[in-house]
Ligand binder design. Sequence first.
Ligand code: R2B
Ligand code: URA
Length: 296
Amino acid sequence: MKSEHINHTFLDSVLSGEQVDSYYHLGITSDDPLIEKMLELRAVIMGGSGNRINEFAQSWSAEHEDAEIIRFPKEDRFVIRYTAGVLFVSHGMGMPSASIAVQEIMRLVYFIHRGSLDRISEVFWARVGTSGGVGVPAGTIVVTSEALMPDLKPYRVFDGGKGTTWFESSFPVETAEAILKANGEEEIPMTVGKTVATNEFFLEQFRLDGAIVLADLDRKMEWLTWLSENNVRNIEMEGAMFAGYLNYWGFRSFAMVCTTMLNRLEGDQVTATASQLQAYNERSGTVIFNYLRTII
Ligand code: R2B
Ligand code: URA
């Protein structure tokens, strides 16, 4: 871990009991008795939708002798469940929402593991999600190698200290390879490639079907072709921040596994039927569960 990047001033004062941390958007505090039930935490699995998180937790619990499912009490921002060593967390849509979930969960992980960098670094993180494919058929699973913003530059924020802070965009190669290996028996189309994460579903993804449109067909195809030539395989809305914040603390093992709902080279609208979309969605869950079973 990169200890110099961890906010020890605040987090260690919580550990020592000088102050109680309020994980405001999660709806718990560091003195909540719930925390004692999560000491075996080994993985954090995130996804956009609360329903999906609930289903994940139920399946994981069923595989582990119906292990107790701990429900976080507040559900109006994020849905959070803990069961059998895994924290399942919804993050909403987009980096502004997901960054809140990621930061508060990082604080919680630090607290649960009493600031032990060895134990914290062993926690595996994944985002399991949906995306638009770039030159791959709908239903393909993309395991991200690197997540960039729409200008193919890494995630950055305007911060109070130095102006703009840039974050690292890469995902650990070994983890991506291990995910492919764990799914060798599955007949699921899978590829490893770069992902673009945008701050807007319509404009920053160069869609022509929004209420507001800024690009035209030539500009859209020029952008999508540029992405494709640079080995981008899908577009979504959280990955660049996710990689950036986990790299910043120096987590060793994390991944993003997204299913593609359409091929953006062929259009903008998601037109697959509800049952097709459900089948595509299930694939990313299958892929991450197959990997989780190899590590937990
Ligand atoms: C993928 O799908 C959502 C938008 O439809 C967004 O959260 C994402 O990254
Ligand atoms: N999610 C996105 O962000 N973009 C798509 O095209 C599909 C899902």
